[in-house]
Design a protein around this ligand. Structure first.
Ligand code: 5GP
Length: 175
């Protein structure tokens, strides 16, 4: 058995996504937003949450990574940048999980240089105890302990992203 039972079930995930979407809809009422998904990991969370956010939006994507296997490389790579000009727009970044904070700290600085009207961050999971650099998170789904998790968009070597739930992954059992 490579992966244990769900750590967060599909139902828990969907309930939390709805809660977050409602909060975001209230906060941005009367405004138009630009939702930016950080790929690949956020693709499933992004596609669920945008269906439930009740304000007009445009969508764009950033492909970024700072990870090698289950350890942070600590170095950021932007594989594909935004196509939209974010100047003067209300940008909402959607991330799957925050661990060291290196990815979002870097992306926040990068995007703030482009002068958005506002920039907020929504992450589905937060491993706060692993933080190495500071990052302000506006919307958090679940705080989780220091486990490596897969499923619901999250991978191990690009696998398991398609699981409809989130499970703890143990590297040694993959052999
Ligand atoms: P950070 O830069 O905050 O250390 O890490 C953010 C990125 O690392 C996430 O977008 C995700 O791709 C990856 N990551 C961090 N923790 C986990 C984890 O528990 N499981 C998976 N699959 N990826 C993780």
């Amino acid at each position: 058995m490579i992966i244990g039972k769900p750590f967060l079930t599909t139902e828990q995930i969907q309930n939390k996504v709805k809660e977050l979407a409602d909060e975001i809809s209230r906060d941005y009422e009367g405004q138009e937003i630009l939702v930016v998904g950080i790929l690949k990991g956020a693709f499933m969370f992004l596609s669920d949450i945008v269906k439930l956010i009740q304000v007009p939006m445009d969508l764009d994507f950033l492909v970024a990574s700072s990870y090698i296997k289950t350890q942070s490389a600590g170095e950021m790579q932007i594989h594909a940048d935004l196509r939209e000009d974010i100047r003067g727009r209300h940008v909402l970044l959607i991330e799957d999980i925050v661990d060291t904070g290196i990815t979002l700290n870097y992306l926040h600085k990068l995007l703030m240089e482009r002068n958005p009207a506002s920039l907020k961050i929504c992450t589905f999971l937060d491993k706060k105890s692993c933080r190495k650099v500071e990052v302000d998170l506006d919307y958090i789904g679940y705080q989780i302990p220091d486990h490596y998790v897969v499923g619901y968009g999250l991978d191990y070597e690009n696998k398991y992203r398609n699981l409809p739930y989130i499970a703890v992954f143990k590297e040694e059992s993959a052999k």
